[in-house]
Design a binder for this molecule. Structure first.
Ligand code: ADP
Ligand code: ZN
Ligand code: ZN
Length: 728
């Protein structure tokens, strides 16, 4: 019997599908893309294995249509990571593999030429006067593009930009551009200077460097402003000098352009970036530069974890506690956890950095699995901020601001400093209410209230996106003009503009920063250091360095104190300490004022002391007592359908299959989701809980195929979330 190809194709298949090689062609290599027939469609798959037999009748196997790559596009490292993720998250392998490829590489028409041809500018091309191509704009554009590029650009990428090979050949004949068949690594210009490390940083850098050539996890637990970035940069420099590549994951790059900027200052053109705000072409280019070794440092958001890096020598996960590392649909992976798996597979070090580590990571550090490195004080001359509560019962808020807070703001601004106002609620007001009859605007499709927005005005549901105009009268009793109740960031911005006329008020939330450009402009204004007020959601808490901010105000902390979710207090502690960490990061000392109706709540004392450990250790003990992560392992089976009974019928049948006596796994539910109706569908869930990770996974591996086959599964959408970050 001949060769059989195991191909990962997109679709709900729990294993690769078998195909025959194309007749007469050289069989494709493992890790290359192939075009294959699937039913009546043609799809792109990746070859995962070359076997000599098949579980199916070989006479029924179909041949592949075409090979798309001359050499593997995904290396053994990524294939191993993808297999691990498919197994651990119990997700179809083809869907996992598809995630590893930039969108452009997933299309059946995306053939790369067999010899990878690339073009670059010549010395004559750099020197020539573009004016001579005034009447040949295509040539001018090609030259301009290659002049701006730091490396050779593949023909496929140029074609994608609309620059045809005919034009390039004409320019080649004039000696202005040259073609070559492989891409060379970029140089590593040494720019930007390393800072002299303080003793804490020195120790941390030494510990990581010593372990660079082996798998090891370093939890860099350093207070805000302690100079974690400098520790990353200097360890990276060592790895780079040894000829290795470095991967740095960040929560959301658009929010922290500073991190990227600092990498570029230090490592110049060797840095590539990957995040969801980039165009498909730009992503493809970055992916290829890194994969071919041209770029030495990759900074990216969670999906960057799947980028092939032939010489990977170090992984850094900045702000490791951040929830954006967890994908919340489809393949629900944690990029932080995959970083650990990848580092272990590659036998390299991984650094997890945070001022407020996740309880998971703290637990692992305390049990000795991670090396715990501390940076207890701020770098340079900055001192820690002081935190104080304002009792809203004693000092009631008017339009969101209590008297002592208003006073502190006025003083701060008069002294020439900046104020940051934190409010985790976007929009104008969270509720629209009729003051006559008490009617409230609910979302017609969800168990949720609609949020009032101004500019553009209207009601919007933050859960399903439904938008409605503001009703001029109450739909129940007809009374005019229902009232917005409560404060969101837009209303707070309006209030502040009125109270502090003439001062710039900059709002930063998902609505104000729909474009990267708007965010960059807003951040630039803050960086000038002139007196200003920033208002924003947790987007503001993430890693920013605002030297002139000396007062941080937390308008309403109480929501988090009474959260329904088991991670509510952890999330609140992280948010408050992170946003507090934006105060007084330079020479001027900072203060943080937190408004609450619950100043006596036991949550506060460790937070006011900025003693995250004192918060975290009791929280960990509580998780152990209640059997919650990291002291137990969870998986959540979610289902939803337009009809409530379809959801329940499936989950009850599933519970029957999963509740097996031989496993030490508790099956809890089904119970309705916290918001049972969302976007017109009824949602419910089953929670699986076990103190043994392996028993949980053994059970899932054994029973999920049975759930696939349940007749009740056809009427619902269902998904499995391994290590869920919230339970609703
Ligand atoms: P973190 O990431 O821990 O919040 P950063 O890395 O942003 O902190 O550092 C905070 C500030 O301290 C930055 O302005 C940085 O340039 C400065 N800094 C870091 N290390 C040193 C050092 N060794 N000496 C002087 N300044 C430093
Ligand atoms: Zn009414
Ligand atoms: Zn809705």
């Amino acid at each position: 019997m001949g060769l059989i190809l195991a191909v990962a194709v997109p679709g709900p298949f729990r294993s690769p599908l078998d195909y025959l090689p194309a007749p007469g062609a050289t069989p494709p290599a493992i890790g290359t893309r192939v075009k294959v027939p699937l039913g009546r469609r043609t799809v792109v798959g990746v070859v995962l294995g070359l076997n000599s037999d098949s579980r199916l009748d070989p006479a029924k196997l179909r041949p592949i249509i075409d090979s798309l790559d001359a050499s593997p596009i995904l290396d053994a490292d990524i294939l191993e990571l993808a297999r691990w993720a498919a197994d651990y998250y119990h997700h179809p392998i083809g869907e996992v593999i598809a995630r590893c490829l930039p969108t452009r590489h997933r299309r059946p028409d995306a053939t790369t030429s067999r010899r990878v041809r690339a073009w670059q500018i010549t010395a004559a091309g750099l020197a020539c006067d573009l004016a001579q191509f005034e009447r040949a704009p295509a040539k001018a554009r090609a030259l301009q593009h290659l002049r701006a590029a730091s490396t050779a650009v593949t023909a496929a990428q140029l074609t994608a930009l609309g620059i045809r090979s005919g034009i390039l050949k004409q320019l080649e004949a004039l000696d202005l551009v040259a073609s070559k068949t492989e891409v060379v690594p970029d140089g590593l210009p040494a720019t930007g200077e390393a800072l002299a490390l303080n003793p804490g940083q020195t120790e941390a850098v030494a510990a990581i460097i010593e372990g660079l050539d082996n798998f090891g996890v370093y939890l860099l637990d350093g207070v805000t402003g302690s100079g974690k970035t400098e520790v990353y940069l200097q360890t990276m420099a060592t790895a780079l000098a040894a000829g290795r590549q470095v991967l740095m994951l960040v929560p959301e790059i658009g929010l922290t352009p500073q991190a990227e900027e600092r990498l570029r200052q230090r490592f110049g053109e060797a840095v590539a970036t990957l995040h969801s705000g980039m165009s498909d072409v730009a992503r493809l280019r970055a992916f290829d530069r890194v994969r071919q070794g041209g770029a030495r440092v990759l900074i990216g958001t969670r999906s960057a974890i799947f980028t092939p890096m032939p010489e990977l020598g170090l992984i850094v996960v900045d702000e490791e506690h951040d929830e954006s590392y967890k994908q919340q649909d489809g393949l629900r992976y944690s990029a932080r956890d995959l970083a650990l798996i990848r580092a272990r597979n590659r036998n390299v070090a991984v650094v997890l950095g945070s001022a407020t580590p996740s309880l998971e990571s703290l637990h692992n550090a305390r049990s000795g699995r991670y090396r715990h490195l501390h940076l207890p004080s701020r770098a340079g001359n900055a001192v820690p901020p002081t935190l104080r509560l304002i009792d809203l019962r004693r000092y009631p808020a008017a339009e969101g601001f209590s008297e002592p807070l208003q006073q502190a703001m006025a003083e701060t601004l008069a002294a020439g400093n900046q104020v940051l106002v934190f409010l985790n609620r976007r929009g104008f007001a969270p509720v629209l209410r009729c003051s006559d009859c008490g009617w409230i605007a609910d979302c017609p499709r969800c168990d949720a209230r609609m949020t009032v927005h101004s500019r553009p005005g209207g009601l919007r549901c933050h859960h399903c996106g439904t938008a409605r105009p503001l009703p001029p009268r109450c739909p129940d009793c007809g009374a005019p003009e229902p009232m917005p109740v409560g404060h969101g960031t837009q209303r707070t911005e309006a209030v502040l503009k009125q109270r502090f006329p003439g001062l710039p008020v900059v709002r930063i939330d998902r609505d104000s920063t729909a474009s990267q450009h708007a965010l960059a402009a807003a951040l630039e204004r803050i960086q000038t250091g002139a007196p200003a007020i920033l208002v924003g959601t947790q987007m503001l808490a993430k890693g920013h360095h605002f030297p002139a901010v000396t007062l941080v105000a937390v308008l309403d902390a109480d929501g988090g104190l009474f959260s329904a979710d088991f991670r509510g207090s952890e999330r609140l502690a992280q948010q408050v300490l992170q946003v507090a960490g934006r105060a007084g990061r330079a020479e001027r000392p900072g203060q943080v004022l937190i408004q609450t109706l619950q100043p006596e709540h036991p949550f506060w004392p460790p937070i006011l002391d900025q003693n995250y450990q004192a918060f975290a250790l009791p929280a960990l003990a509580e998780r152990a007592e209640t059997g919650l992560p990291p002291c137990a392992h969870l998986a959540l089976l979610r289902a939803e359908a337009p009809a409530r009974d379809a959801t329940w019928a499936f989950l009850e049948a599933a519970a029957g299959r999963l509740a097996a006596a031989e496993h030490s796994v508790a099956v809890l539910g089904p119970i309705p989701a916290l918001r049972e109706r969302l976007a017109g569908r009824y949602r419910a869930q089953l929670l699986l809980q076990s103190s043994e990770r392996s028993s949980l996974h053994a059970l899932l591996r054994q029973r999920l195929p049975e759930l696939d086959a349940l007749p009740q599964s056809r009427r619902v959408r269902w998904s499995l979330d391994v290590d869920p970050i919230d339970l609703y």
